[in-house]
Design a protein around this ligand. Structure first.
Ligand SMILES: NC(=O)c1ccc[n+]([C@@H]2O[C@H](COP(=O)([O-])OP(=O)(O)OC[C@H]3O[C@@H](n4cnc5c(N)ncnc54)[C@H](O)[C@@H]3O)[C@@H](O)[C@H]2O)c1
Length: 434
């Protein structure tokens, strides 16, 4: 089976490499020449655990190739996946579909024989039908179907998620397209991964509704964490007690600095816009977005309070910049609102992150200093802030840190430490909802 993946970012590259591992012949295409050149030279442009081995193995086996050109690979393709970015459109919160539509238009001209064009990008309801119209207009004689196959992988565990998904969603409206997609995903039958087949609109909405629901769980527990602080409850214990109820489930009930990343912020905004466009209400998701913004602002206030009411001229070591561990993705990370707010008020920030620094340097305030070593980062600081729960931060040498710091404020915005233990080392401990 010949597969083309248009867009070789976090989703395209992982999906392409995994389809190759399933046995398909895959060409990952990208407009970004530097990305393709890096891949052709055996370098992986993003940090994703295990991706280097997977890419190398399938590339060596001849099943995975890279190109900036669509023509040749599309001509012989059975399936062409569109996995380009759908960022928030500036000004109105809607998903920006310019990359999806440009890819569709480009593909149209090269179609040769029956081909299925599959939207893997997260796209608003109605996009697959629009892709169909674009292709028909550009190439009236093309023999094709359009399908929707939203992706649910999580950065940091993307390969495992792709290889052992909770479900695969296929939005298809022709038996031929369904058969080809089922054939591509056939290796998952071995592990009995559910394949949920539905129409185009439902598939598109499943992705947004799922992300909005997960964001809702996070905002819910974040709001409860504030109440916990006021009434003397422990959010960790409350979440555990809730999560033991099978109807609720324990996942995504960790209080923290607010959700971020390349999906939840943009997808919740887009869902609100989709609902508005169709005259439908989306009050829950609108509130989730507000609660998340408030949670990030609350973290700034927490740090300020811990520092005695002002961060001016205070030295702060920030551990963790990416929106979650095991990725270098900085898109919409809580650090992007928390650090500028602190820097704005005169805080002196030294930051550490195992993988995100290169990207962070492009978008965080220039005054932020980046330090390679955790212990050098905390040296002489008034406060230490844990913003991302990288494993490296879970077993810190607390005695050494206490000795190196000038102050004693330990601000754990991921609740990875226990208050008693931190306080026994002479720190003043601040966390979320405990
Ligand atoms: N990142 C995630 O965890 C994740 C998870 C599930 C779904 N998604 C969705 O998948 C889509 C892609 O996300 P991503 O994080 O991989 O984005 P990304 O920005 O990492 O990658 C997109 C790639 O597409 C390329 N591109 C854009 N237009 C192109 C064109 N016409 N031809 C060839 N290449 C082109 C870009 O150069 C870029 O490399 C988005 O819709 C996103 O919402 C992302």
């Amino acid at each position: 089976m010949n597969v083309v993946m248009i867009g070789s970012g976090y989703v395209g590259l992982v999906s392409g490499a995994c389809f190759a591992e399933f046995g398909a012949n895959v060409v990952c295409v990208d407009k970004d020449e530097s990305k393709i050149n890096a891949l052709l030279n055996g370098q992986i442009p993003i940090y994703e655990p295990g991706l280097d081995d997977l890419v190398e193995r399938n590339n060596k086996a001849g099943r995975l190739n890279f190109s900036t050109e669509l023509k040749q690979s599309v001509e012989t393709a059975d399936l062409v996946f569109i996995a380009v970015g759908t960022p928030t459109r500036r000004g109105d919160g809607h998903a920006d579909l310019q990359y999806v539509y440009a890819a569709a238009e480009e593909v149209a001209g090269y179609l040769n024989g029956y081909t299925v064009i599959v939207d893997k990008s997260t796209v608003p309801v109605g996009t697959a039908r629009q892709v169909e119209r674009i292709i028909k207009k550009a190439n009236a004689s093309a023999d094709f179907d359009v399908a929707s196959n939203p992706e649910f992988l999580r950065e940091g565990s993307a390969i495992g998620d792709f290889m052992r998904p909770d479900r695969v969603v296929l939005g298809v409206e022709s038996e031929r397209a369904e058969a080809l997609l089922r054939e591509l995903y056939r290796p998952l039958n071995l592990i009995e991964a559910p394949i949920h087949v539905t129409n185009l609109e439902s598939a598109e909405l499943i992705k947004y509704a799922s992300n909005a629901f997960l964001a809702t769980k996070i905002s819910f527990i974040n709001e409860i964490s504030q109440l916990c602080e006021k009434v003397g409850a422990d959010v960790h214990s409350v979440a555990k007690g809730m999560g033991l109820d099978g109807r609720i489930g324990k996942k995504f009930l960790h209080a923290g600095p607010g959700y971020g990343g390349s999906c939840f912020p943009k997808d919740t905004l887009a869902l609100v816009r989709i609902a508005q466009e169709h005259g439908s209400s989306s009050r829950i998701v609108e509130t989730v977005i507000e609660v998340n913004a408030a949670q990030k602002a609350r973290m700034v206030q927490k740090i300020r309070d811990a520092l005695g009411g002002s961060e001016h001229d205070k030295k702060i070591a920030v551990l963790g910049l990416t929106f979650k561990p095991e990725t270098d993705d900085m898109r919409d990370s809580p650090s992007l609102s928390i650090l500028p707010a602190l820097a704005d008020k005169g805080a002196i920030i030294k930051a550490h992150d195992p993988e995100g620094v290169e990207e962070a340097k492009k978008i965080l305030p220039e005054s932020v200093e980046y330090i390679d070593d955790i212990y050098s980062a905390v040296e002489g600081t008034d406060a230490l802030v844990i913003l991302t729960e990288w494993n490296q931060y879970r077993g810190l040498d607390l005695d050494k840190i206490k000795e190196l710091m000038s102050g004693n404020k330990f601000i754990d915005l991921r609740n990875i430490y226990e208050r008693d233990m931190i306080e026994s080392k002479g720190f003043e401990y601040t966390c979320v909802g405990r």
